[in-house]
Design a protein. Sequence first.
Length: 331
Amino acid sequence: MKTFRVDLWKESEYTYEAAYGFMPNIRAFLHEEDDSVRRCMIVAPGGGYCMCAPHEGELVGMDFYKRGFNVFVITYTTDITMSIPLKKQPANDLARAIRIVRKNAKEYKISPDKLAICGFSAAGHLCATVATHYDDLPDADPAYADISCRPDAVILGYPVITAGEYTHGSSIEALVGREPSKEELDYYSAEKNVTENTPPCFIWQTLKDSLVPIENSYLFANALRAKKVDYAQYVFPFGDHGLSVASPEQFFGWKGGEYSMEQLNKVLEHVKANTLIKVSEHRRNELMEQFFGEQKAPEPPKSDMPKPAGNPFADISLWPELAYIWMSRII
């Protein structure tokens, strides 16, 4: 396996004020055993637009790497301080990542017209935003200006979709602030922006998700159906939010993907040193308590889920296989 990091922007291009020295990037995981030209996937970890959760990045990427894909994990711009609305920065990060991968298709041994993106929770919103607004995400760099950022397929795991009634409020607040305009809320409600040219989508979520209402998935699926866009939708009856690939490996000792936490770790240095930008003392105190306060032992999770032998999420753990079969028909 060949692995490396690619920064998405030149220093002069990246101007997000609350980056604290972070540079959005992708990590590559490429096959080296032969010269096959492969399908490609860019995985975007969720985290409420406040962080990038490692178990929704590399762990997912490795599943599809084993299925023959060349994989990239993106660490895009987030803001745990909720101080400076992200606006289009995360979408621009993902759009640039798509363009970089396509521009280097020969070197990366991928088919530029067989590129999927995969996002979870708030990163599902990010992927849905790029899938519906790819024409609104031009690139000023002449090296990328003529390269499309439209993905060929999209996988959305327990996604935030809407900025309306069923939204996940803190994700949208991190994106557009506390006082967004109606135009902004409509723009970031992916279900309102589906067109006939939106790429095919695979959507999955759990009925018992207590964080992102399942209505998000239905709103998007119904919008896709209305525009006659190919899609698949799976709703699993049990399991809460954030289950990623739901494999035994994930639940019993998996470690990896720490690079996804790079921006968060840089911000926390400033939380501790009290050198944050435009952050209230109240918010800083919240972050001090969350990350540096006394940690209590977690209580055992409560669940009304039946407990089958083996992996209690055995049904959910099938979604990568279902997505793989679906993509084999799409790209």
